[in-house]
Design a protein around this ligand. Structure first.
Ligand code: AMP
Length: 288
């Protein structure tokens, strides 16, 4: 069994290790996470392992991407379990900075704001979320200086926002996407699934059930965005423990609502709902 990956807490240490690798002509891959790792994260680490020579996993529960009534303080943290998953998946280094290391001048600091792509969906429900995400991802890239970084399609809007930020700011990092990893009943893996009790866990399949119904409707010839939205909504609302936040059919590139799926552009279904007190999101392509 290989050794547990080294854990470093400071930017200086991460830069020294990454700098040494780059000086030897090795490519550096990064997987930014908030920890509480699962198979979804592991799939991204494995992809980074395949494509790059030094794999850095960052574990940082970023305070600026949580709203005031969200789960920042109770977000699951378990470094020892995370380290084992990192070893299994082939990570070389864990960069796990403290809040003080990442925000040395406090949380009222410099922010990166991506205006495009953030007005609807998660951006509408969580108004300061993407400002926090863009800021921390930019900081993590500047801190660890990877050549490439992997993000999951699970957070599809986040993936698009990060791509836009990298393009707008000329950040020299290649952004790679990983497919959503699901449980056998379709529930997308998420660190937040561990908040669900057994009844809620059963109800949580409603996101995937709605997505499948939406995909089946499109396969059956449905082309009207509104009709698909109504269908998704009715599936989610049929689940007693679920409370819908949004069920959208959006352009896969710019995330604007799609009215007519017959236009040849790629569309995506995106859903957010509460199951009990736990907020879950999921998405999938809608192929015509
Ligand atoms: P998080 O720790 O939730 O911030 O997620 C870190 C990265 O893992 C993000 O790029 C997520 O999109 C990705 N991720 C989370 N869950 C999954 C999943 N079920 N399948 C694939 N990627 C995932």
């Amino acid at each position: 069994m290989s050794e547990l990956p080294l854990v470093v807490r400071t930017i200086a240490e991460a830069r020294t290790i990454v700098g040494r690798a780059r000086a030897q002509g090795r490519e550096v891959g990064m997987v930014p996470t908030m920890g509480a790792l699962h198979e979804g994260h592991a799939s991204l680490i494995r992809a980074a392992r395949r494509d790059t020579d030094l794999v850095v996993v960052s574990i940082f529960v970023n305070p600026t991407q949580f709203g005031p009534s969200e789960d920042y303080t109770r977000y699951p943290r378990n470094m020892e379990a995370d380290r084992l998953i990192c070893r299994e998946a082939g990570a070389d280094l864990i960069f796990a900075p403290t809040d003080e290391e990442m925000y040395p001048n406090g949380l009222e600091s410099t922010f990166v704001e991506v205006k495009a792509l953030t007005r609807n969906l998660e951006g509408a429900c969580r108004p300061t979320h993407f400002r926090g995400v863009a800021t921390v991802v930019a900081k993590l890239f500047l801190a660890a200086q990877p050549d490439a970084a992997w993000f999951g399609e699970k957070d599809y809007q986040q993936l698009q926002v990060v791509r836009r930020m990298v393009s707008d700011l000329f950040l020299p990092v290649e952004i790679k996407a990983g497919a959503i990893v699901r449980e056998t009943d379709g529930l997308a893996l998420s660190s937040r699934n561990r908040y669900l009790n057994s009844e809620e866990r059963a109800a949580a399949t409603v996101l995937w059930r709605a997505i499948r119904e939406g995909q089946a409707a499109v396969a059956g010839g449905q082309r009207r965005g509104d009709n698909i939205r109504t269908l998704l909504k009715s599936v989610v609302e049929s689940e007693r423990l679920a409370r819908l936040e949004y069920a959208e059919v959006a352009d896969a590139e710019n995330l604007e609502p799609v009215d007519d799926l017959g236009q040849g552009r790629e569309a995506r279904v995106l859903i957010a709902c509460y199951v009990g007190k736990t907020r879950l999101i999921d998405n999938a392509p809608l192929a015509c």
